[in-house]
Design a protein around this ligand. Structure first.
Ligand code: G3H
Length: 299
């Protein structure tokens, strides 16, 4: 298998160019963080996430109920794109979700560390899908990547894609653990070549999580991948996204680098446990604690 991505894709990153571009995007985002239409679009692309050690059936059920009741509670607002949970909560969400447009995403394949046997990773993906997941969020084997063992990373992802069949696979690069922007670009190409439907920055379990630099470089890789292969791969900033400015900034980066056709749930998601109520509050101009009220706790 030829994994010499340097021959096929441009792995180089110009630090000065990244800084200049990010400054421009930050200026645009400043003027947009109060733009209700943009905040609504960001809201509609949220993967509403709960990934706590303490999560149980009741929490999955309450998340599903909250999302199901959302259109009645907030007429005129789009619903979130998906609910994202650990595999053990997929059934609870499936049994209680009555919002046809909202997908069920399961983290899987040894999330968040990816430190388990391949057979376990594949079985976990299969079982999450059997329980009702529509999408899988899986982390690359970061340790193998850092050792330069790209074959293992690539081959695992290919096998995960195979068991996923038609379910979307979002591949988490855990960019905060990758030493350079070139590594982030290389990991992006590797994941996309292996079949990733989305590439995602972070698990939310490690700092730094989603940064503008990581999101920008990943968007550059998605753009080049599209130009060279014709395939459109989605972008998912995740981890620590918790205010309207950050949402507007990531939205702006995706829009400016990839274009309008990326600005929908099929190609753009926010992975976040906190953003939904924050955007809702800014959109409605009053404090809203709908998803974070004490009934669903630790949120
Ligand atoms: O995929 C989503 C992340 O795990 C959520 O991270 P967060 O809790 O920092 O928003």
């Amino acid at each position: 298998m030829d994994l010499s991505f340097e021959d096929k894709f441009n792995i180089e990153v110009e630090a000065a160019e990244v800084e200049k571009a990010i400054n421009k995007f930050k200026d645009i985002a400043q003027s947009r963080k109060g733009d209700v239409e943009i905040l609504k679009r960001c809201f509609s692309m949220i993967d509403l996430t709960t990934l706590n050690t303490t999560d149980g059936y009741e929490r999955g059920k309450l998340f599903a109920e909250k999302v199901s009741q959302f259109p009645n509670q907030f007429p005129g607002m789009p619903n979130v794109a998906a609910i994202c949970v650990y595999p053990s909560l997929v059934a609870a969400v499936k049994e209680n979700l009555s919002a046809p447009s909202v997908k069920i995403a399961s983290v899987a394949a040894g999330f968040p560390a990816s430190q388990t046997f391949l057979e376990i990773k594949l079985s976990e993906c299969e079982m999450a899908l059997e329980q009702g997941a529509d999408e899988l969020d899986v982390v690359i084997s970061v340790g193998s990547f850092l050792e330069g063992d790209y074959f293992t990373v690539f081959s695992e992802l290919q096998q995960i894609k195979e068991v996923a069949e038609n379910a979307k696979v979002k591949v988490i690069l855990e960019t905060g653990a990758l030493p350079s922007l070139e590594d982030i670009k290389l990991a992006s190409f590797l994941a996309m070549e292996a079949g990733a439907d989305f590439i995602k920055t972070s698990t939310g379990k490690l700092e730094p999580a989603a940064t503008p630099e990581a999101v920008y470089v990943m968007c550059l890789a998605i753009k080049e991948f599209h130009e060279k292969t014709g395939r459109m791969v989605g972008m998912k900033p995740a981890g620590g996204v918790s205010n309207s400015y950050d949402a507007a900034l990531f939205y702006t980066i995706v829009e400016q680098v990839l274009g309008q056709e990326w600005l929908y749930t099929g190609l753009f998601r926010f992975g976040t446990s906190k953003l939904a109520d924050i955007l809702l509050s800014d959109i409605l101009g009053k404090e809203v604690k709908y998803f974070s009220q004490s009934s669903i706790a630790k949120y």
